[in-house]
Design a protein around this ligand. Sequence first.
Ligand SMILES: Nc1ncnc2c1ncn2[C@@H]1O[C@H](COP(=O)(O)OP(=O)(O)OP(=O)(O)O)[C@@H](O)[C@H]1O
Ligand SMILES: Nc1nc2c(c(=O)[nH]1)N=C(CO)CN2
Length: 161
Amino acid sequence: MSRAVLSLGSNMGDRLAFLQSAVDGFRAELVAVSPVYETAPWGGVEQDDFLNAVLVVEAEGADEWYWLRRGQELEQRAGRQRLVRWGPRVLDVDVVTVDDVASEHPDLLLPHPGTPERATVLLPWLDVEPGAELPGRGPVRDLLAGLSTEGVHRRDDLKLA
Ligand SMILES: Nc1ncnc2c1ncn2[C@@H]1O[C@H](COP(=O)(O)OP(=O)(O)OP(=O)(O)O)[C@@H](O)[C@H]1O
Ligand SMILES: Nc1nc2c(c(=O)[nH]1)N=C(CO)CN2
């Protein structure tokens, strides 16, 4: 069984609908869906706030590339265009972890290298897996304790179903 943690982000158009389209796309493999967070953009590009969430998914016989491909298919279906690094997007699906897999392949870095610094990933992940560990880096709870969560707000009025 392959178990992956995926980070979803959107800051263009109907942001919640784009996140929901990813949830729907992974419906058959879905283990958990986090609350939705509204988050100030990181990365230095001036742009609108994001909605972020995390999914936990599982599939028999899948490998890490399967999850990357599935995420990219859903990004394409949402109409994503790759324009600016760390810029606005209708849907971003990042593979955060796949079991304990470590990968240095540039097309699939695992665990996703941005994770330890991103409260936008760690907070929703902790909501669905309170004991979560980032392989090689320890408990998510401890990583979060060292980060600012300023600009990261849980939106309980916005629900993914
Ligand atoms: N763990 C991963 N999850 C998703 N894409 C990855 C991962 N590791 C490497 N990539 C590669 O990153 C590229 C996609 O980058 P993308 O434009 O989504 O980056 P970004 O979301 O702007 O930045 P970041 O990856 O820092 O969040 C793809 O070519 C993909 O193969
Ligand atoms: N708050 C927030 N900022 C971002 C995000 C994101 O998902 N959330 N994704 C980016 C591109 O990967 C760039 N900046």
